[in-house]
Design a protein around this ligand. Structure first.
Ligand code: ASP
Ligand code: MG
Length: 449
């Protein structure tokens, strides 16, 4: 067996149908180092499962969504040369899915939700392993729950890294000498064997965690873009793919809104110094981005990201002047309600901070309990309609002229908040959501074109 191991992860669009799965199979067949394959659910399936898990639906609506998922899976099975190999197993999984979807408690119990959400990955890994065997790859569908131990925070579980390593060494590694193990991203299990999930987009994280556990040299993230870009190519067609990025830069980009990678993906890569590749499974010949510890170049500006829908909270009290412990009380309340603060600015009598605002979460919590609790100690105002624009690069604190170039470029825009990151890799500002696209375009022009 090769001693250089590669973990290859394929996203939802890469395993969307039989054709796209065949492109992925060729990528795997061409690299003998690829011994662990991690897949997402076929494109669209997780969204359907989330709808089943979170929305109260009539039985007609449930049947309709279950049918849509069934159609996606059957379209793949029906193209297989030997559908009988997996048909029965798929039928069992579809029945399990249906039983969960129609469970009366599904909308209230997070453990049931996770069992349901895991079905997309569990079906796509089953089908993809069959496609791989058509390409003469000795592929086996492996249940990731045997090794991917997490805590019991359903729908957003945290991995238990050392247990994952132990379990992978005894249950996964020995198989790799004779088989290519195809497994599920996004899914885990707690110490009682209950199914958990890592949060939306978590399959990238799974790939990096398994790469760390088996001490792989590389981890490939195959998706529908030819790497990480200088900015979102949907904002400007001048965006360019980046040949290389450092772990820190990639982590900053993912945290501050770049959609290509799940933000936690870089943590295992960094711990184990695993080189991470991002490329397109449709066009593997176009290359992609290598994310590494030491880049050949460390430019002042590497990329611009945007994170939408930020909430800005301003807390104010005249007592704050000379007062001790006020900020601590504010942030204790925020932390208690599990809100995460991004940027903070303070003045003599007020403090403003931004919160991420994914639909149905922060704004709701902010409006009700959190707000009520904060108003017991100060005046609070909550403003919506902001986006966070971040320039990611190197030595942004120290290099002369780095920030002045940025501010000169966007002097026509009203910047509500400006913040250097706690590390030298980012400079962020809050702008109105009407301006943010233009801000990114103007900045991109000034820094990269
Ligand atoms: N299927 C999950 C999602 O759509 C996880 C992933 O694809 O990374 O969020
Ligand atoms: Mg993804």
């Amino acid at each position: 067996m090769t001693t250089t191991l590669n973990v290859a992860k394929f996203g939802g669009t890469s395993v969307a149908n039989y054709e796209t799965m065949c492109s992925c199979a060729k990528i795997i067949a061409n690299n003998p180092n690829t011994r662990v394959v991690v897949v997402s659910a076929a494109a669209g399936v997780t969204n359907h499962l989330v709808a089943l898990a979170n929305t109260p639906l009539t039985s007609v609506q449930i049947d309709d969504i279950v049918q849509k998922i069934t159609d996606i899976e059957l379209a793949i099975v029906n193209r297989l040369k030997h559908p009988e190999d997996v048909q029965e197993k798929l039928t069992v999984k579809l029945e399990e899915l249906k039983a969960l979807a129609t469970n009366e408690e599904i909308n209230f119990r997070d453990d049931l939700k996770d069992a349901l959400l895991s079905m997309g990955e569990r079906m796509s890994s089953l089908l993809f392993s069959a496609v791989l065997r058509e390409f003469e790859v000795p592929a086996i569908n492996f249940d990731v729950r045997k090794v991917l131990r997490t805590n019991s925070t359903f729908t957003n579980a945290s991995p238990e890294v050392s247990t994952i390593k132990q379990l992978s060494h005894s249950l996964l590694l020995p198989e790799l000498s004779h088989s290519v193990m195809v497994t599920q991203g996004f899914v885990g299990a707690d110490d009682q064997g209950r199914t958990t999930t890592l949060g939306r987009g978590g399959s990238d994280f799974t790939a990096a965690l398994l790469a760390e556990a088996i001490e792989a040299e590389t981890c490939e993230i195959w998706t529908d873009v030819i790497g990480v870009y200088t900015t979102d190519p949907r904002i400007t067609d001048k965006a360019k793919p980046l040949p290389e990025l450092s772990f820190e830069e990639a982590a900053e980009m993912a945290t501050f809104g770049a959609k290509v990678l799940h933000p936690a993906t870089m943590e295992p890569a960094l711990r184990q110094n695993i080189k991470v590749f991002v490329g397109s499974s449709r066009e593997p010949e176009k290359g992609g981005t290598w994310i590494v510890r030491d880049c050949e170049h460390e430019p002042s500006y590497r990329a611009i990201t945007r994170r939408k829908d930020q909430v800005m909270v301003t807390v104010k009290t005249p007592k704050m002047m000379y007062a001790q412990g006020f900020l601590q009380r504010v942030f204790t309340i925020i932390a208690k309600h599990q809100l995460s603060v991004d940027l903070v600015t303070t003045s003599e009598i007020s403090v403003s901070f931004t919160l991420d605002n994914p639909p149905n979460t922060v704004s709701e919590k902010m409006n009700k309990e959190t707000l009520a609790e904060l108003t017991t100690i100060c005046d609070v105002s909550v403003e919506q309609g902001f986006d966070l624009v971040t320039v990611v690069g190197n030595n942004m604190h120290s290099a002369a002229g780095v920030s002045s170039k940025i501010f000169a470029a966007i002097s026509d825009f009203n910047l509500r908040m400006i913040c250097f990151g706690a590390n030298p890799h980012n400079l962020s500002f809050v702008v109105s959501n009407q301006d943010s696209e233009d801000v990114v375009k103007v900045l991109h022009n000034a820094l990269f074109e």
